[in-house]
Design a protein. Structure first.
Lengths: 115, 112
């Protein structure tokens, strides 16, 4: 258990409304990630953060923004939600192995429906 | 451009038999490979990994094989159990490990 929680776990919102998803971790990991999971696409990276106020884009970043003002919290914002953003969103952290490689550990997910 | 591919969306296996899940990658710079298991309504959980300096890694019923020349890895589950029914994702990373690249997943069903 990597101590990752996500809130809310489920949300239904209307097209055009702003939405913010929260990821919280308790183990002081430097790297945090946001993915979306869709049928036929697997897990696709939206944005990631490598420290407070340090973020970078992933492969599907259009329509999303992120913020990280504290080590433990990584926020994903949909400024104006669209139906194509209906998905399951996962937060992850990166942890170093004893062999010097890195592995990711995931939160429980947020199911977002945009109507 | 999908750098990690899982070409079988689904697989059904009888309980007690071997399950073999396959994964191909295109980027020769990848040096660490991971398998994740995902149950419905839960986040993916780390299962097993292998670095590019090895060709096999075992953990109980799970073994991952890496063929670098073919850019191919496979996950073997022996014996398969009904509780193994889940979606399995293959992932790869390189060097500093800032980003991880995931396949599209294979849904495994183990039939009792």
């Amino acid at each position: 258990d990597a101590g990752i929680t996500q809130s809310p776990r489920h949300k239904v919102t209307e097209t055009g409304t702003p939405v913010t998803l929260r990821c919280h971790q308790t183990e002081n990991h430097r790297y945090m990630y946001w993915y979306r999971q869709d049928p036929g696409h697997g897990l696709r990276l939206i944005h990631y953060s490598y420290g407070v106020k340090d973020t970078d884009k992933g492969e599907v970043s259009d329509g999303y923004s992120v913020s990280r003002s504290k080590t433990e919290d990584f926020l994903l914002t949909l400024e104006s939600a669209t139906s194509s953003q209906t998905s399951v969103y996962f937060c992850a952290i990166r942890d170093r192995t004893s062999g010097g490689y890195y592995e990711q550990y995931f939160g429980p997910g947020t199911r977002l429906t945009v109507t | 451009d999908q750098q990690v591919k899982q070409n079988s969306p689904s697989l059904s296996v009888q309980e007690g038999r071997i399950s073999i899940l396959n994964c191909d990658y295109t980027n020769s710079m990848f040096d660490y490979f991971l398998w994740y298991k995902k149950y419905p309504a839960e986040g993916p959980t780390f299962l097993i990994s292998i670095s590019s300096i090895k060709d096999k890694n075992e953990d109980g019923r799970f073994t991952v094989f890496l063929n670098k020349s073919a850019k191919h890895l496979s996950l073997h589950i022996v014996p398969s159990q009904p509780g193994d029914s889940a979606v399995y994702f293959c992932a790869a990373s390189r060097g500093t490990g800032n980003q991880f690249y995931f396949g599209t997943g294979t849904s495994l069903t183990v039939i009792p």
